[in-house]
Ligand binder design. Sequence first.
Ligand code: PRT
Ligand code: ZN
Length: 293
Amino acid sequence: MTMIKTENTTKLKLAIQKSGRLHDDSIKLLKECGIDISNGVNKLKAEAANFPIEVFFLRDDDIPQYVEDGVADIGFVGENVVFEKQKKLEITEKLGFGKCRLSIAVQRNEQYTGIQFLEGKKIATSYPVIVADFLKSNNVNAEIHEISGSVEIAPGIGLADAICDLVSSGSTLFMNGLKEAEVILQSQAVLIKNNEIDADKTILLERLLFRIQSVKKAKNNKYILLNAPNDKLQEIIGLLPGMKSPTVLPLAEEGWSSVHSVLNENEFWDIIEQLKAAGAQGILVVPIEKMII
Ligand code: PRT
Ligand code: ZN
């Protein structure tokens, strides 16, 4: 009997937001991971030509349910939605976009003195589960009024004393005469995963996560090139971390070297100032596209 070897056709099913704030960044992240689905964004579902993945376009609120049920294996969705929906699934990776916070806000002229202010008050929100949890853990009794949109107008029309909504720049609160009183949750887009994906899909997910992590690392780091007089070289090298250690190349001009290294965004400006003070010249900083370590 001859065995016919069939090619492995397992595909990872990914749910992303169909349209809205997370859509473009989700597509962009996939593209940065070398996964191009540009042909299908107007359909319900698209396939990538160069990675075994199928992408479903859904409302963000529905993504946790689809992932719990296994209709999708993984999803990109805001942590705020994941916590509100309380489905059985795993948060696997923070994606670094869609950053915002879920906050309680009150009218600007209120004397807000602390969480006890909320006792006996009416709070309008689209996040009743998270708010109830927050109130309970702070021993505050308040009435939660669930509304699905334009939460920020509720105090102005007398519907509520306070609201709980997502904030990024704060301008929506400001324009509606409100002020931020408590931050309940810091949120960003995350990769969620079904609890029971099989071994083949786990391998695909690991490949995808490896790419996502390389893209994230690259975004948090910069490549730096500088010229250093040789008598200052040891001091300058001492300031630079590098992936292993900095690369040092001789310049055509006698007594000078070119030093190349990688700097993390968080420590970037501090180190640049120290490098200048130590005698570094012609400092160039360039973005890194991918970082594989
Ligand atoms: O149609 P679908 O249900 O898929 O989309 P949606 O309308 O429910 O969600 P969408 O697209 O508005 O947001 C998707 C996700 O983006 C949210 O679940 C968050 O994880 C994330 N995100 C990040 C935000 C914001 N920032 C944000 N600022 N979601 C909403 N806002 C709103 C907020 O509700 C408020 O109305 O923006 C306003 C506040 O913004 P600032 O800048 O004025 O403070
Ligand atoms: Zn939604």
